[in-house]
Design a protein around this ligand. Structure first.
Ligand code: SF4
Length: 100
């Protein structure tokens, strides 16, 4: 038997496919060229080794804003969802302040 599925909305499906669980909004809807690593909402575990500290952009992490809002909506703490730090940013991207 052959099954054929039609994607009703290809643009929405592309956003769904590109967005890991735990992001605040669709991946790629943030500032051009920005990724979650570098967003003020991106939360990584403590970097333990020199190699990790030298390349923090390789360490997976979670979106703190997603965690806070999802926990508030659920009325209890939800699981922290870890994803690739180089995932294209969403529209909730927050630029860190420029250091003087
Ligand atoms: S860009 Fe920032 S707010 Fe959006 S999912 Fe990534 S860490 Fe969260």
């Amino acid at each position: 038997m052959t099954q054929r599925l039609t994607v009703a909305n290809p643009e929405l499906q592309a956003l769904i496919d590109a967005t890991p669980a735990g992001m605040m909004h669709w991946s790629g809807t943030g500032p051009v060229g920005k990724v979650c690593f570098g967003c003020l909402n991106f939360d990584q575990r403590q970097l333990r080794t020199k190699a990790e500290r030298d390349a923090p952009e390789k360490i997976r992490g979670a979106c703190d804003k997603y965690l806070r809002i999802s926990s508030a909506r659920a009325g209890h703490d939800v699981a922290r969802r870890i994803f690739d730090p180089l995932t294209p940013a969403c529209s909730h991207f927050r630029e860190p302040p420029v250091q003087p």
